[in-house]
Design a protein around this ligand. Structure first.
Ligand SMILES: Cc1ncc(COP(=O)(O)O)c(C=O)c1O
Length: 388
């Protein structure tokens, strides 16, 4: 790339992608790559999904964008559909353009309603690329749950714990990322999360579930917070809901919608509540329901997790974690992680790589045969490395 500025801190591994189909990308030589990262976890239904493509074609032939003062039926249908899967049936939705924006809007809403200043999150959560969440030096309370992992009360933690007593009273919102932990796939203990939520809420703070990565079936349930038996006030949804198209949603519960309705809260950007994004989100949810992909993500997730587990050799691969179709494979060191990533690309397999970790998030439509092929290839690669 000469004129395109890449500031992602990721170098370009395949320079000319020309085509995509299902779990595969193809380069200009016709080489096939199995995409087990789902385009940074976005293509939940695989690339080039025919039903999504048809919805896009139909919608752009009707109306793709209108403006703040002009609405369309598809928006109401899509909002109803999103709310039905979140369990916030009586709430409301705002359609936006990225996961970062969905979180930003939820935070702005919380601050406006509560009048409180401090935000709270866990030490290892990723909340998007805006400086309002990356600069955590002022007006943030960060709870480090590292010690909770080995705490004997881990499954029985209670409000007498010193950690919980440290939480300030002026928390505007607790933003909870249920199980991705900055891509490292770690799962904060359920009682800890439940206790934080009841404490923050009892002091007037809002609860935001960051479901940008964990939502829309990825973890074997519709949303990651469903594993925690909690009810957020707001849910930030992104990535998988657009299957690669930049649409995201901030969903809010009935109470929050009522509070905002009585307030002077304002938020505007040119593509807010665009019909095209809403049509895509609506169809993604329909396809997931029609093809029972949440159920399948749970069933296949267990199978794929077991397959990955057979690769643990305590030489190169030291651990595997996962929930549904979200997996982290721990590699012995960063150099080996980097090497595996590059050699997998040259063999035609795309995974995520972050430090000494491989991230594997196949589309919800991935088949057992496809995953078996990948695991066999990775096993062969490990054997080649060890036998050299
Ligand atoms: C957990 C989590 N939250 C928020 C975001 C931000 O989403 P986006 O990149 O669409 O702005 C990401 C992106 O990777 C994410 O993984």
């Amino acid at each position: 790339m000469e004129k395109v500025y890449n500031c992602t801190n990721h170098s370009i591994a395949i320079p000319h992608v020309v085509r995509s189909d299902g779990i595969y990308l193809f380069d200009e030589t016709g080489k096939r790559y199995m995409d087990l990262e789902s385009g940074v976890w976005c293509t939940s239904l695989g690339h080039g999904n025919k039903r999504i493509n048809n919805i896009i074609k139909n919608q752009i032939d009707n109306v793709m964008h209108a403006g703040f003062c002009y609405s369309t039926n598809i928006l109401e249908r899509a909002a109803d559909s999103v709310l039905s899967v979140t369990g916030l049936e009586k709430g409301k939705c705002v359609f936006l353009c990225s996961g970062s924006e969905a979180i930003e809007l939820a935070r702005q809403m919380s601050k406006h309603i509560t009048g409180k200043k401090q935000s709270m999150t866990l030490h290892d959560s990723y909340l998007g690329s805006y400086s309002s969440v990356t600069d955590r030096n002022r007006n943030w309370f960060i709870l480090n749950w590292e010690e909770c992992i080995n705490c004997p009360e881990n499954n029985n933690c209670n409000t007498d714990c010193e950690k919980l007593r440290e939480i300030p009273k002026d928390i505007s919102e607790f933003i909870f990322e249920p199980g991705s932990s900055s891509g490292f796939v770690r799962f904060p203990p359920k009682p800890l999360i439940q206790n934080i939520i009841s404490q923050v809420r009892s002091q007037g703070g809002k609860i935001i579930a960051n479901e940008v990565t964990t939502g829309i079936g990825r973890t074997g349930k519709w949303f990651g917070y469903n594993h925690y038996q909690v009810e957020p006030d707001m849910i930030a949804i992104g990535k998988g809901i657009g299957n690669g198209y930049p649409v995201s949603v901030t969903a809010i519960n009935e109470q929050t919608a009522g509070e905002l309705g009585k307030s002077t809260f304002r938020y505007m950007q040119s593509h807010q509540n665009d019909p095209l994004g809403a049509a895509i989100a609506n169809e993604v949810i329909k396809i997931i329901k029609d093809e029972e992909l949440v159920l399948k993500a749970g069933i296949n997730g267990k199978k794929f997790f077991d397959m990955l587990g057979t690769l643990i050799d305590n030489i190169s691969i030291t651990d595997v974690r996962g929930r549904g179709l979200m997996f982290a494979v721990d590699i012995c060191d960063e150099d080996t992680g980097d090497r595996l990533f590059k050699e997998l690309i040259s063999r035609g397999y795309i995974v995520g790589n972050r430090k000494s970790l491989l991230r594997i998030d196949p589309p919800l439509t991935a088949t057992e045969d496809e995953f078996t092929e990948f695991v066999n290839e990775l096993r062969d690669l490990l054997n080649c490395i060890h036998n050299k």
